[in-house]
Design a protein. Structure first.
Length: 567
């Protein structure tokens, strides 16, 4: 035992040594996960009908359209304007992640689909690698580490129960869909279709690893490394800095309470992290408060209507691991088993639970990375409480070293891991069902894509194009033009513009209203294809203020003659 200067007793630090065999296991899991999550994409490309093009996305096209518009813009500039809305905007926006991916495309000439896939592999692999590094710091033996790693990688909640109800009692209606589809906190789902979330957790995990190392080894250099990692995170996902600051602050507070002396070294280490990393957060605050357009964009986050599920629904979202983690947390606190390793994990879990409900429209992003402390606690509960309790109840065994309990432990752990898989199996399998429809939004008609390619080659990037939301969400990324309607948050006055587009293609709408929309927002081109015909039967060919400039079998592009509009 070693006595700290503050007067408290702390056990000798545990050495988290990993073996080559462990890392072979980790890299094998990484390869398997990346291959499995690539299969829906491969199916999308191989099954595309001759007249359609798979767009390289399998989930959440609206938000990916936003990111890919940034990818297109950053190929030509460090700061970009918002091309998802027709209102004029200054080139003041920057995001490090999509700037880096844009440079990859600029240097290699690759389009967004291969760059996105390469990024998905890098994000998924680095996330799982960084997670195991962190797990190894807090769990003493290889078996527990592998269990926690498997839970972090594959765990999903009880959403499969809602899926069963959908096909039985609720007659095709999925109750509480957010309890199934929320990606934050679901590692496999993030690697499948939200790689930017997985990449963010890479930096969160590495930041906490070096904060921990700085504290345990009394090395300021590790705190500096943590600060630099958080700096990169802040310029990609500024809101994730709330996790870094909130969880670090909680650890400082809990350490203070435990030691009955203020942990100045940890506090100043945290201040180093904050000072080095806060620029991204400051930039984001200035951007969304000083610039009226970006202020409006932030205000429209409520349009998604997606918030962190209430605690009972969180039980459905995370399932058995959350229940076991809460029970383990309470038991550790009750028995005062709060050595520094436990204290850090317990603090992370507690702070994460509170941050999940911060009063902001982006609170739904806060569970991202919460699965790590949750699975660490669940693993500890499995090995230290659940298995011994089952052994005593079922077999009367009280010797934890007995061969019978060891076999029982293996059985319980395998059963637990299998129990957390079904929802993710459903989510993965459903990608094939969605893609098998070969329809919007995961596919565009080849004529849609040809029209967007024509716009890229023959128009100015500042030209505004009016079309359906279905095609508009892809437009800035492919054509580089400004979209009239493209995204639920990035398009200013989204619902008004959505209504204007619907009325534009409605035969019941008077031409005077169409002209007013075109004139008010400086629309330069109108795209008319299958997605627009779904909105109404209006034929733009009859408008004297529109001039046909591109005609394909299914899609036509019209130039707006402002001289005719003026008359």
């Amino acid at each position: 035992m070693t006595v700290l200067r503050e007067g408290c007793i702390r056990p000798e630090k545990k050495v988290a040594s990993t073996t080559r065999g462990e890392w072979r296991f980790v890299w094998a899991v990484i390869v398997v996960v990346l291959l499995i999550t690539s299969l829906p994409y491969l199916y999308g490309y191989l099954s595309s009908p001759p007249n359609k093009q798979f767009m390289g996305l399998v989930l959440d096209v609206p938000d990916h359209g936003q990111y890919l518009s940034w990818w297109r813009g950053f190929q030509n500039s460090v700061f970009i304007s918002n091309k998802l809305t027709p209102e004029p905007s200054e080139p003041v926006f920057f995001n490090l992640l999509w700037w880096m991916l844009a440079q990859v495309s600029r240097w290699t000439g690759l389009g967004y689909a291969p760059v996105y896939q390469a990024f998905r592999w890098v994000a998924g692999g680095s996330f799982l690698w960084a997670t195991y590094r962190l797990i190894a710091l807090f769990l003493p033996d290889e078996r527990r580490r592998r269990t926690a790693f498997a839970l972090v990688t594959f765990s999903s909640g009880l959403g499969w129960v809602l899926v069963v109800l959908k096909y039985t009692l609720t007659k095709g209606k999925l109750l509480f869909p957010l309890d199934v589809y929320v990606a934050e906190g679901n590692s496999l789902l993030c690697i499948l279709g939200y790689p930017h979330f997985a990449f963010a957790v890479t930096f969160i995990a590495l930041t906490f690893e070096f904060i921990w190392r700085g504290w345990k080894e009394k090395q300021t250099k590790y705190m500096v490394v943590a600060g630099l990692l958080a700096l990169l995170l802040g310029w990609m996902h500024a809101y994730d800095l709330l996790l870094i600051y909130g969880i670090t602050g909680t650890f400082v507070l809990l350490t203070w309470l435990r030691q009955h002396a203020f942990p100045w070294r940890l506090f100043w280490g945290g201040m180093i992290v904050f000072t080095l990393s806060c620029s991204g957060a400051i930039y984001s605050v200035i951007l969304t408060t000083v610039d009226p357009l970006w202020e409006e964009v932030l205000a429209q986050f409520s349009n998604a209507g997606v918030y962190t599920p209430s605690p009972p629904h969180m039980v459905i979202l995370f399932g058995f691991p959350l229940i076991l983690a809460v029970v383990t947390w309470i038991r550790l606190a009750w028995k005062k088993q709060w050595d520094e390793e436990n204290l850090f994990v317990m603090g992370w879990f507690l702070a994460g639970a509170l941050l999940n409900y911060i009063p902001t429209d982006f609170q739904i992003h806060m569970p991202n990375s919460w699965q790590i402390p949750m699975m660490l606690l669940a693993t500890k509960g499995l090995y230290d409480f659940a298995v011994p309790a089952v052994a005593r109840w079922k077999f009367g065994i009280r010797n934890s070293a007995s061969a019978t309990e060891d076999r029982l432990r293996r059985l319980v752990v395998v059963a637990f891991v299998l129990a957390v898989l079904p929802t993710n199996v459903y989510l993965w399998a459903w990608r094939f069902v969605d893609l098998a429809r070969h329809d919007y939004p995961f596919y565009l008609y080849r004529d849609d894509e040809a029209a967007l390619d024509w716009l890229r080659e023959n128009t100015s990037p500042e030209d505004v194009v009016l079309c359906s939301l279905t095609v508009g969400q892809y437009l800035p990324a492919i054509s580089g033009n400004v979209a009239f309607l493209a995204h639920w948050a990035q398009t200013v006055d989204f619902y008004d513009k959505q209504d204007r587009v619907a009325r534009f293609f409605d035969t019941a709408t008077l031409d005077v209203e169409r002209v007013e929309t075109l004139r008010a927002f400086g629309v330069d081109y109108v795209l008319h294809g299958p997605a627009e015909r779904m909105l109404g039967d209006y034929d733009p060919a009859n408008a004297p203020w529109l001039s046909l400039v591109l005609s394909t079998p299914q899609v036509k592009v019209y130039f707006v003659k402002f001289s005719a509009l003026a008359s």
